[in-house]
Structures are given as C-alpha cells and as structure tokens.
Design a protein around this ligand. Structure first.
Ligand SMILES: [Fe+2]
Length: 258
C-alpha cells in the first residue's frame, strides 16, 4: 500500500460524497458533518496508531479503515433521513455493499480486503467479535477507538451548545425528558457499557456515550479523551443528581487508572 494508492482512495471517497448534495442546508449539514467526522477519524487513527508503534505502511492501511468506516452514512441519510440504524439499516453493512458495488478495494488481495471489511463490519457493534483472529481484532479495536474519540468531540460540542441550533439527527431524536433509566444506571455503575435498547431519553444517550470509556482499547485514546475534557463537559450537560454523580465518580476513577 503506497501513498499514491491511499491518495486515490481518498479522491474516490471525496467524489462519492460529492454526489450527495441537498439544497436544504439542514440536510446538507448532516452530510458535511459525516464527511468532517470521517476526516477527523482518519486523523485520530494516525495519532493513536503512531503512539502504539505502527509503521508507515500500517498507518496507511489503518487510514483506509477510517476513510470507509462510515461510508454507508451518506446513502443512509439520503434514503432515510436518519443516522439511527434501528430505524433504517445497519450503516456498516450498507458501507460494505457500496464498496463492493463500486469495486473500490480491487487492488487488495483477499486477506487485506477481508481485514478492511471486517473492521468496518464491527466498528459499530456493541460487542467485539468473539472469535476474530488477532490481527482483525487489533484493527477493529483501533478503528473503534478513533471513531469514539471523534464522536465524543462532536456530541459534547453539540450538547454544550457550540454547534448552534438543535439537530435531532445528532441527538438520535431522543426526547429531552427528566431523569435517567435504571438499566442505564445499573450498567454504568458496574463499569459496563450501556445497551442502546435501554436508552429512552437524551440523558440516557449522554450516559451511553459517557460509558464508552469502558470500551476504549488503547491508552493513547484515553489520553486524548482526557485532553478533550469530554467527560467533564458531558457531566456539565447532565442533571447534577446523586445517581449521576456516582456514575461519574466511577467513570473518572476508571479514566485515571487507564
Ligand atoms: Fe464513525
């Protein structure tokens, strides 16, 4: 994998994304958001990858995973006007279909192609695959870290109002009602990630995203989360209840340890 090949794939991506354009700025904003997110995940995967010792070839390979991980988002949004997989379709599978349809990965041998597709396939699953081989598992973990790091940046910015107006697509159309769900509380207090099925309102969604720290795989990712102050900022946009304080004590203790 040389620099030129990566460059060509980036050009393909940019051309593909440019086919999605809406005259309505509210709709276009969500396409732009995913394009910018992709760029940021590319940057993140390189930052994290360098710190865990990947060589240049491995870094370029990792960048391809980041480049295509959310490819399905553009068609998903265009077709269904939502980023909720449960209300539309699995955006990872959709992205894989698009890569296959356009034969984008034709220069890779079967093994590398399989590695790229399985990383995309599992980037949005709640659990890591049980019997993936070591190299697959490594890249899946790396992609998930790079992705979560940027989603935290986006959502915390949104919740704290720096993005301006309300955007139901980011808040997954969750109602901004008081309180939190008990299942969400129970998971987090046990140091577990939250299941999306247990999320009933915006507070729950914020807590689900907070709980991603329990699913971070590499120390450098955790260091960047600390530097972004994502967790502190998340706490500021949640109610100051005793339950939430207890959750954050747990989360900060975990963050400090890792
Ligand atoms: Fe993503």
């Amino acid at each position: 994998m040389d620099v030129k090949e990566l460059y060509d794939l980036k050009i393909w991506f940019t051309n593909y994304v440019s086919t999605f354009n809406f005259s309505n700025p509210d709709l276009q904003q969500n396409i732009n958001l995913k394009e910018e997110h992709t760029k940021q995940v590319c940057r993140n995967i390189i930052l994290i990858g360098k710190q865990i010792g990947l060589n240049d070839d491995e870094l370029r390979f990792a960048e391809i995973l980041a480049l295509f991980h959310d490819l399905g988002r553009f068609e998903q949004y265009s077709k269904y006007r939502t980023f909720m997989d449960s209300r539309s379709e699995d955006h990872a599978l959709l992205g894989i279909k698009i890569l296959e349809k356009h034969n984008v990965l034709r220069q890779f041998d079967d093994e590398l192609k399989d590695l790229i597709l399985s990383s995309i396939r599992y980037h949005n699953q709640s659990l890591l695959p049980q019997n993936a081989e070591k190299r697959h598992l490594f890249y899946i973990k790396l992609l998930r870290d790079a992705d979560k790091l940027d989603i935290l940046r986006i959502v915390v910015g949104y919740y704290s109002g720096s993005m301006g107006k309300k955007n139901d697509t980011i808040s997954l159309e969750m109602p901004d009602t008081p309180g939190i769900s008990q299942e969400v509380y129970k998971s987090l207090i046990l140091g577990k990630t939250v299941n999306i099925k247990d999320v009933n309102n915006l507070n729950d969604l914020k807590l689900l995203q907070t709980g991603w720290v329990f699913d971070i795989n590499f120390k450098p990712t955790m260091d960047y989360i600390k530097r972004q102050r994502s967790l502190e900022r998340m706490q500021e946009v949640l109610p100051q209840s005793d339950e939430i304080k207890r959750i954050f004590n747990m989360v900060f203790a975990f963050e400090t340890k890792n």
